[in-house]
Design a protein around this ligand. Structure first.
Ligand SMILES: CC(C)(COP(=O)(O)OP(=O)(O)OC[C@H]1O[C@@H](n2cnc3c(N)ncnc32)[C@H](O)[C@@H]1OP(=O)(O)O)[C@@H](O)C(=O)NCCC(=O)NCCS
Length: 192
C-alpha cells in the first residue's frame, strides 16, 4: 500500500508545516525486497544487532512474537539518469530514506508494563516503537515527527490502545530531544 502525502493529509490536518522534502518523498509499507536496505539502515543507526529473522519478518509485516507490525517507510522515488554512452535515460531504483517500526501489545504482557498500571484507567493495549530513523541528509526536516504523528493518529482509532512508548539509550541526545519535542515524557531511567 502506498500513501501519498495528499492521501494522508486529511489525517494530518493538525500538521501545518509540510516541507518540500515531505512532498518529494513517497510513503508506503515495507515489502520483501526491502530486506537488505532495512538491515543496512538499522546497522548504520543502532548499536543493537537485530537478527536476519527480525528483518525478514518485518518485511512481511510480522513483528515480535509473531504479532502484527505497524510499519511505514519513506522512499525517494526513482529518478531518471542519463548514461555516459548515450542520452538514454536509466531509472535509478527507489531508496528508503527513513522508517518507523512499531507494534501493539497487550498491556499486561508488554515490556515495562507496570508503567501503565498506576491507575484505574490502565489501558488494555499499548503501542511500542521498535525503531525509527532517517538517513542524515533527511534529518531535521520534520519527517520523523510526521511519522510519529501518523502513528499516534492511527493508534487513537483503537479505543483500547492507551499509550505509545519506547526505550531510548540515554547517550542518544538527538533522540532524547526529538521525543521530548514530540511530547513524550520520560517515565523511568534504567541503569546500564
Ligand atoms: C532521532 C531522529 C529519528 C530524528 O529524526 P528527524 O526526522 O531529524 O526529526 P524531526 O526533524 O522530526 O525533529 C523534530 C525536532 O526534534 C528535535 N531534534 C531532532 N533531532 C535533533 C538533534 N540532532 N539535536 C537536537 N534536537 C533534535 C528538534 O527539536 C527538532 O525540531 P527542529 O528541527 O525544528 O529544531 C533522527 O535523528 C535519526 O534517525 N537518528 C538515528 C536513529 C535514532 O537514533 N532513532 C531514535 C531511536 S529509535
Amino acid at each position: 500500500m502506498r500513501f501519498s502525502l495528499d492521501l494522508v493529509r486529511g489525517a494530518w490536518d493538525d500538521w501545518c508545516l509540510y516541507t518540500d522534502i515531505m512532498e518529494e518523498l513517497e510513503y508506503r509499507e515495507l515489502q520483501e525486497s526491502d530486506f537488505e536496505a532495512l538491515k543496512s539502515l538499522h546497522g548504520d543507526f543502532f548499536p543493537v544487532k537485530y537478527s536476519d529473522m527480525f528483518f525478514a519478518n518485518a518485511c512481511k509485516g510480522v513483528g515480535l512474537r509473531g504479532g502484527q507490525l505497524y510499519n511505514l517507510v519513506a522512499v525517494q522515488p526513482p529518478r531518471g539518469m542519463s548514461t555516459w554512452e548515450g542520452e538514454e535515460e536509466e531509472e535509478e531504483e527507489e531508496r528508503i530514506v527513513g522508517f518507523l517500526l512499531a507494534q501493539v501489545f497487550d498491556a499486561s504482557t508488554a515490556e515495562d508494563a507496570d508503567l501503565f498500571f498506576p491507575t484505574l484507567l490502565s489501558p488494555k493495549r499499548v503501542c511500542y516503537v521498535l525503531t525509527l530513523g532517517f538517513i542524515p541528509e533527511y534529518r531535521r526536516a520534520g519527517l520523523a515527527s510526521l511519522f510519529i504523528l501518523k502513528l499516534r493518529n492511527d493508534m487513537e482509532l483503537d479505543p483500547y490502545c492507551g499509550a505509545v512508548y519506547l526505550h531510548v539509550i540515554t547517550t542518544n541526545n538527538a533522540a532524547l530531544h526529538f521525543y521530548s519535542h514530540n511530547d513524550f515524557l520520560c517515565l523511568r531511567s534504567l541503569q546500564g
